[in-house]
Write a protein that binds this ligand. Structure first.
Ligand SMILES: *[C@@H]1O[C@H](CO)[C@@H](O)[C@H](O)[C@H]1NC(C)=O
Ligand SMILES: *[C@@H]1O[C@H](CO)[C@@H](O)[C@H](O)[C@H]1NC(C)=O
Ligand SMILES: *[C@@H]1O[C@H](CO)[C@@H](O)[C@H](O)[C@H]1NC(C)=O
Length: 490
């Protein structure tokens, strides 16, 4: 009897050491935060996220593996890249086409945590990653809103919200309720909270417009396609054009066309206001965590799922390999490790999240996936960023990778280094074929991030860049493995 009691006490104390994880995603959020103000993306009023950033490892240069919801989320939630998950669009589910991979919530569920999700975590719908992904959760909460979502943006009055709350207000209410239940459990929790904004349509409480006076809103200076850009790099932003108000303008989305100035300004102001709305919603969840006295026991991860264009290059939304679409906010707060705030300018990738959270929570490191990993349930194609929490300037990844598929079996493979972005659009013989031989090149791009961070001039055919192009081609074709091998022991 005594023996059993000792075992139980030992068990509880070991359990007690495990940190909870609060995993927050904001949909279509580019680095439009005060914490990234050096990017000059326009006004940002995000006091609460900036405050969280000040207690976190803040990744100034984090890149998604694909600038589209389901491929990106599937990639970071499984810790594997699109050529392994084989999810490049909104129609396929990784367990059907890639493999029966362990996801971040599933990992914690399998290790004795209660895994709870709400809002948008996986891309919703059975044809995508299936939001319920039953293996990932002990409980999952679907939430639906009753708002008019047919126009591109709308500032909603308080009276209207009292009648029909916005989706992210429902998410916050559920998060608070869940936290109350989880706080009473003996076992640790993994709580995933997926906010819908600032995704289109930009529907937000009208009070946030006051943070962005109309006179302060400007049209991006680079509202033209990059000089010498191949047309395959372009997206006609069908998503934005599908809303009634934008559709009524009869815009084509063609290269070097723009929306009317006032529409551009209105959309930018509405996006900025939606970001501030998300900032306030995150604050409410964090306040609840504080109230329940769970701050010191909880790791907090906050990310977008990819970037977003707001008229830069004349582009809107996502679906490209441009910096505006793949550069995404990321911060991870680990109590006792990042309390005073750690900022890194090192290049990191969204596949690095899974191994980082696992290690920060006190589990042994995940092992790197072998070349063929469709049968391997648990492994990672990322690299734990925990060492950056103590040494943010450590020598780190020299290159990071993204990709985007275009119709006609064309894949745009893109690599970013400290100074450049280099992209090859190649014909892949068979859809979803992993690591094509990249021989059939349709178009190429080179942007000089040191002198042209906005990517306004494609230099790929400039003779003085020939050696740079040759070297980046090698890096792109070599892929991520040699980059990680360089990091062994670091
Ligand atoms: C997928 O893996 C889980 C364990 O993680 C297992 O329970 C399940 O049966 C597997 N499903 C298939 C279709 O293999
Ligand atoms: C788009 O406009 C830019 C700037 O005026 C010009 O340099 C470029 O050639 C144009 N691109 C196309 C495809 O017309
Ligand atoms: C758009 O096209 C429709 C149908 O051709 C036309 O009735 C309408 O006036 C056009 N709107 C604008 C803003 O040009």
């Amino acid at each position: 009897m005594l023996f059993c009691a000792i075992i139980v006490i030992l068990f509880l104390s070991v359990e007690g050491e495990k940190k909870n994880v609060l995993f927050i995603i904001s949909d279509d959020l580019r680095p439009q935060l005060g914490a990234y103000k050096e990017l000059n993306l326009g006004p940002s009023f995000t006091p609460n996220l900036d405050n969280l950033a000040g207690k976190s490892l803040l990744m100034k240069r984090a890149y998604v593996q694909c600038a589209l919801c389901s491929p990106s989320r599937t990639s970071f939630l499984t810790g594997r890249r699109p050529d392994t998950t084989r999810v490049y669009d909104l129609k396929h589910y990784f367990r059907d086409v890639g493999g029966n991979f362990t996801t971040i919530p599933q990992f914690f569920k399998n290790h004795g945590y209660r895994s709870v999700g709400m809002g948008k975590i996986f891309h919703p719908g059975v044809t995508a990653s299936n939001n319920e992904d039953p293996l990932s959760w002990n409980n999952f909460y679907h939430l639906e809103e009753d708002q008019d979502l047919s126009v591109s943006w709308r500032a909603v009055s308080k009276a209207e919200r009292l009648k029909d709350p916005l989706i992210d207000e429902l998410v916050v209410a559920q998060a608070k309720t869940s936290l109350h239940h989880l706080a009473r459990e003996r076992r640790p929790f993994f709580l995933a909270v997926g906010f819908r904004r600032p995704h289109l349509p930009f529907v937000f409480p009208e009070e946030y417009l006051a943070d962005y006076p109309a006179t302060q809103i400007q049209i991006p200076r680079n509202d033209y396609a990059p000089i010498d850009m191949p047309s395959i790099a372009w997206s006609k932003y069908p998503e934005l054009r599908s809303y009634h108000d934008i559709g009524a303008l009869n815009v084509t989305g063609n290269l070097n066309t723009t929306l009317p100035d006032q529409i551009v300004k209105d959309l930018r102001r509405a996006y900025f206001s939606s970001v501030t709305f998300v900032d306030a919603m995150v604050a409410e969840v964090l306040a609840e965590l504080e109230k329940l006295n769970l701050m010191d026991d909880t790791i907090i991860s906050f990310i977008g799922d990819h970037g977003f264009s707001l008229g830069e290059h004349g582009l809107w939304a996502k679906n490209t390999n441009f910096e505006d679409n793949v550069h995404t906010p990321m911060m991870i707060r680990v109590p006792g490790k990042t309390d005073r705030g750690v900022v890194t300018n090192n290049l990191v990738e969204f596949v690095d999240l899974f191994p980082t959270i696992v290690e920060a929570a006190g589990f042994p490191p995940l092992r790197q996936c072998p070349e063929r990993s469709s049968q391997v349930y648990l492994c990672t194609e990322g690299k734990s960023m925990v060492p950056l929490m103590t040494d943010p300037d450590a020598q780190w990844k020299s290159a990071v990778f993204s990709q985007y598929e275009r119709p006609g079996n064309i894949m745009g493979y893109s690599v970013k280094t400290d100074k450049y972005r280099y992209t090859e659009w190649v014909r892949v013989s068979e859809k979803a074929s992993s690591n094509s031989d990249m021989a059939d090149v349709v178009a190429r791009e080179l942007y000089d991030h040191e002198n042209d961070y906005q990517e306004n001039v494609n230099l790929v055919d400039h003779h003085d860049k020939a050696s740079v192009v040759a070297s980046l081609k090698q890096t792109l074709h070599g892929g991520w493995r040699p980059i990680h091998t360089d990091l062994i022991g670091k």
